[in-house]
Ligand binder design. Structure first.
Ligand SMILES: O=C(O)[C@@H](COP(=O)(O)O)OP(=O)(O)O
Length: 270
């Protein structure tokens, strides 16, 4: 039996994913395709015999809905779910709600790529005149966070996402993994990317005190070759799985489960 067991999911397709708009902190629900993707993912995980002990989600409905649908398909609805804004999608600031293709026409492909896939470039911040400002900052879910509403981000780079995510990862998730629980994280494209970057970096570094470091064996394979889905017995001693497709800035797929599992969720590559 593997020592540390983590499955990291990017949620199924949301309504604005379909429209190619920056969704970010706007609380869009899953599209009908997204619902099917999450259900398929649950079927695959069930077929592979996964038994989750604890689930972490962001406070955005698309990640929570994905977790519910996965658990329902697996007959594991009873598994506790913990939600935190720290797993939210990257805050895209003033870009929220805008269409990526229109942005590319107005600002150029290169600029849009920098906003989306650079590590430490922060897009312009959201201001009070933004059409979604009130909807986001007056939402009750952000009144009970571990930071005050005034201190919530107004725009984030991927680096900022990692910085706000790490305390939660280290304090809430890592101890549960270390206690032997099988964990599902249902998150977003960029919060997964940030976490992936951290976990992989730690796995490469000899000593990384607060991480799973040497004990963590990553199942890394070149993208996009389809490989057979390993059974639980075939998994190495310690594993984590990234159940979605590649992230453009990380160059290749990091996934223990590929093929069916990855096709169950919308690829991260756009
Ligand atoms: O905010 C969004 O629209 C996408 C990410 O956008 P990109 O960084 O891929 O542009 O997040 P998700 O659908 O994973 O919650």
């Amino acid at each position: 039996m593997a020592k540390y067991r983590l499955v990291l999911l990017r949620h199924g397709e949301g309504a604005w994913n379909k429209e190619n708009r920056f969704c970010s902190w706007v609380d869009q629900k899953l599209s009908s395709d997204g619902i099917k993707e999450a259900q398929n993912c649950g079927k695959h995980l069930k077929a592979l015999g996964f038994e989750f002990d604890l689930v972490f989600t962001s406070v955005l409905s698309r990640s929570i809905q994905t977790a519910w649908l996965v658990l329902e398909e697996m007959g594991q609805e009873w598994v506790p779910i913990q939600s935190s804004w720290r797993l939210n999608e990257r805050h895209y600031g003033a870009l929220i709600g805008l269409n990526r293709a229109e942005m590319a026409l107005n600002h150029g492909e290169e600029q849009v790529k920098i906003w989306r896939r650079s590590y430490d470039v922060t897009p312009p911040p959201i201001t009070e005149s933004h059409p979604y400002y009130e909807e986001i900052y007056n939402d009750r879910r952000y009144k009970c966070c571990d930071v005050s509403q005034d201190n919530l981000p107004k725009a984030e780079s991927l680096k900022d996402v990692l910085e706000r995510l790490l305390p939660y990862w280290n304090e809430k998730i890592v101890p549960e993994l270390k206690s032997g629980k099988m964990i599902l994280i249902s998150a977003h494209g960029n919060s997964s990317r940030a976490l992936l970057k951290h976990v992989e970096a730690c796995a490469c570094v000899e000593k990384c005190e607060e991480s799973l470091a040497e004990d963590l064996v990553l199942l890394t394979e070149d993208c996009p070759s389809a490989t057979p889905v390993p059974t639980q017995e075939q998994l190495p001693d310690t594993f984590w799985l990234f159940c979605s497709l590649c992230s453009g800035d990380l160059d290749c797929c990091r996934a223990g489960l590929k093929g069916n599992m990855n096709r169950a969720l919308r690829p991260l590559l756009l």
